[in-house]
Ligand binder design. Structure first.
Ligand code: GLU
Length: 495
């Protein structure tokens, strides 16, 4: 049997997600249980959405959890580079092979043609997808158009008949009709590879033996299988893990549960407790223990025992488990050290120092001013929002619109937050002072506090979201019907 090599391949397009840590944990345990290696690869081919900041946060989050990698950025195992943006030459060499074998083809269809095609397919209640138009072009026409440098993409030829049959380690045989599989773009018009192409080429070149990832990727497997076959490569073992769910069984989403790892760090959970809790998602120790450490999980790990019933990420249960760690695993000295390490995180202190330094005369004034950075949900009441010109409904509206605005903010920094709030206040026809009032209370628990823009930028989106939601609930909440109405209003306002 070839050596076991597993990987996670996050795209650095946002805050590190609990799902990434969950999949990393299972990949790492599986590799180490079998004496193999766990690899980290950064899939940053989407240049517009990827950022270095997001990559840094992902690396930091994985290290914080102790889910470090055997090969990947910073640890060369001879199969690098481990960042797809540094592997362009590899993808161009490989696409040439497929073009020469006529297994892939240039497609010149512009966006308008594809949009019209899609609209027509929808109208006729057909499966939307590429219709193979450019497959019918004569070879000399293709050559001519390529020579003139006409904008095009490269697509994979996908059979229109028959079915793709593959095996998933947890689910057994899966069959998907080829007619359900769109002809995917492999190389975009900017010359960069898409996820499907880069992912398969890299999994092969990095000798990944087992692809263990979330179940949302099952529908991509036929495209990947076809690529492996087109190149004549052996396929890895596929294993699709069940998705994490909210207590109401819906897919874990930030609407209902904070999903960024940074949130759990900022809330003062212990990384070993989070790893332990993620280890109980769809898996259990043979002896049924609920509390176990990473080394114990690695020693006992067994993929076959993953259960497919959607594992529920339950905050209350996690709170209970984290509490057990604090009480059972730390003595006073260790508790004090871990507490101080958390409270005086250098990145937090660095950000709040400039806010405090010019405002206080004594250090003893700082706790009252900046204590809310170290708190979870704030204890606030509807009375805290009493204001001459804003009733509770107006406050809720400001909070909800602000949240939606923050959620679509690309660059999370103080100035961008200020600019978008200034703009929103103008559109909602409020003086900025009035507009900011409910935000001050929601974020800091006080109508006057350190700058609300700085505070939000330091707290991050997940913590801010949970505070704004808490404030809206305190103000009577927003019903489903009101929510729809607000969504419409917000759309009109933003257009
Ligand atoms: N880049 C993909 C992601 O963001 C990787 C999926 C896979 O593991 O194949 O999750």
């Amino acid at each position: 049997m070839p050596p076991v090599r597993t990987r996670i391949a996050p795209s650095p397009t946002g805050d590190p997600h609990l799902g990434t840590a969950y999949i990393a944990l299972f990949n790492r345990c599986f590799a180490h249980r079998h004496g193999g290696d766990f690899i980290l690869r950064i899939e940053d081919t989407d240049r517009e959405r990827s950022s270095e900041q997001s990559e840094r946060k992902i690396l930091h989050a994985l290290r914080w959890l102790g889910l470090d990698w055997d090969e990947g950025p910073g640890i060369d195992g001879g199969k690098g580079p481990y960042r797809q943006s540094e592997r362009s030459g590899i993808y161009s060499d490989h696409i040439r092979v497929l073009l020469e074998k006529s297994l892939a083809f240039p497609c010149f269809c512009d966006e308008k043609r594809l949009a019209d095609l899609r609209a027509e397919q929808m109208r006729q209640k057909q499966q939307p997808g590429y219709d193979g138009h450019c497959l019918g072009l004569a070879a000399d026409e293709v050559a001519k158009r390529l020579q003139t440098g006409e904008r095009h993409v490269i697509r994979l030829k996908v059979p229109r008949e028959g079915e793709c049959v593959f095996t998933d380690l947890l689910r057994g045989e899966i069959r998907i009709q080829w007619s359900q599989v769109d002809m995917p773009v492999l190389i975009k018009s900017d010359g960069l590879p898409t996820y499907h192409f880069a992912n398969v080429v890299d999994d092969h070149l990095m000798e990944i033996s087992h692809v263990i990832r979330g179940e949302e990727w099952i529908s991509s497997v036929p495209k990947h299988v076809l690529l492996y076959e087109s190149f004549g490569w052996d396929k890895p073992v596929f294993c699709h893990m069940p998705l994490l769910r909210n207590p109401d069984k819906s897919k874990l989403s930030k609407r209902k549960n904070p999903t960024s790892i940074g949130y759990y760090q900022a809330m003062g959970y212990l990384p070993e407790a989070l790893v332990n809790y993620l280890g109980t998602m769809g898996w259990s120790m043979p002896g049924g223990e609920e509390k176990f450490c990473l080394a114990e999980m690695e020693a006992q790990f067994d993929l076959e025992r993953v259960s497919l019933g959607g594992p529920i990420f339950d905050r209350e249960k996690f709170d209970w488990l984290n509490g057990r760690y604090l009480r059972e695993d730390l003595d006073d000295a260790e508790f004090a050290k871990r507490f101080a390490d958390w409270a005086f995180r250098p990145d937090l202190i660095e950000k709040i120092t400039p806010l405090l330094r010019l405002r206080v005369n004594r250090f003893s004034e700082t706790a009252a001013l900046a204590g809310y950075f170290l708190q979870g949900e704030l204890k606030i009441s509807a009375d805290d929002f009493a204001h001459k010109r804003l009733d509770p409904e107006a406050c809720r509206r400001i909070l909800q619109f602000s949240l939606w605005t923050l959620e679509s903010l690309e660059d999370w920094n103080r100035d961008a937050i200020e600019a978008c709030f200034q703009q929103l206040a103008g559109k909602m026809d409020y003086k900025i002072r009035d507009f900011l009032f409910p935000l001050f209370v929601a974020v800091s628990g006080n109508p006057v506090s350190l700058s609300v823009f700085d505070s939000i930028s330091v707290l991050g989106l997940d913590l801010t979201r949970s505070r704004l939601r808490n404030a809206m609930d305190t103000l009577g909440g927003i019903s489903g019907k009101q929510q729809k109405k607000l969504e419409k209003e917000f759309q009109t306002l933003s257009s």
